[in-house]
Ligand binder design. Structure first.
Ligand code: F6R
Length: 239
């Protein structure tokens, strides 16, 4: 693991945007794994600006998102599909058919998880995976206790995740209780991983994930087994 200490959220976002921009302009074909949540918001803003200023065509880029809430359609403002369109896809020159977010309203959720994994395989895997991390060290929506061998699956969200994500909803009762999430095995198959973490409320999750025991109780700790992980963080005392 390589860790890069940045001054603050803004610098982390700029650094991450530059890394992704560089990959995009120096590849003939790229599969980008994308995260949602508050951590990457500013990164998408910087990245969109860079791509637009340089008139970069993204037809060689395919994106695959980490997760989606069960029960929220793409039209729902709280869905991750809506977030991605609002914050990134609609702002840049990427064909929408190149973007993939799990379908949270699929009739057969199990079939949807299989379709998603097969799609990633057909693409030849993810080249660069962007990750955030939850306070309980979840990555994507792989909550503590998730098997390191897991592929894309339907997840029951923990109470702490529901509480953390309630800030995006009117009330805690509105937060979906399930999500479709890439599995830990799926994430580990990415060729390169860029994890962003900002603010002291993520400190313990980072320490447990990268300096603690590798255990399924700490989903992020699986990343210690990956050969190409960069952590971009403004958290003191982490390196
Ligand atoms: C989002 C995702 C989640 C978040 C994590 C941190 O696609 O997979 O694992 O990265 O919950 O969320 P924020 O960035 O809102 O603190």
């Amino acid at each position: 693991m390589r860790s890069v200490k940045v001054k603050n959220y803004d610098e982390m976002s700029m650094e991450a945007a530059m890394i992704v921009f560089d990959k995009i302009v120096h590849s003939n074909r790229l599969v980008l794994g994308l995260a949602t949540g508050s951590t990457p918001e500013k990164m998408y803003e910087y990245l969109s600006d860079m791509l637009n200023k340089n008139k970069v065509d993204l037809s060689h880029v395919t994106t695959v998102n980490l997760d989606e809430y069960v029960g929220l359609s793409p039209e729902d403002a709280q869905s991750y599909t809506h977030y991605m369109r609002r914050i990134f896809f609609d702002k840049v020159n990427i064909p929408l058919e190149n973007t993939n977010v799990p379908n949270g309203v699929a009739e057969d959720l199990e079939a949807e998880t299989k379709r998603f994994d097969e799609g990633i395989e057909k693409l030849g895997g993810v080249d660069l995976q962007i990750l955030g991390i939850g306070r309980n060290a979840h990555i994507a929506f792989n909550e503590p206790g998730t098997s390191f061998d897991s592929n894309t699956h339907v997840v029951n969200l923990t109470e702490s995740t529901i509480r953390d994500n309630a800030r995006f909803f009117h009330s805690m009762e509105d937060v979906p209780t399930q999500a479709i999430s890439l599995g830990l095995n799926t994430i580990m198959n990415a060729k390169e991983i860029l994890l962003m973490a900002s603010g002291n409320n993520k400190r313990q999750a980072l320490l447990d994930s990268f300096h603690g025991e590798v255990t399924e109780d700490v989903p992020g700790s699986v990343l210690q087994r990956h050969h190409n992980v960069t952590v971009l963080t403004d958290i003191d005392g982490f390196n």
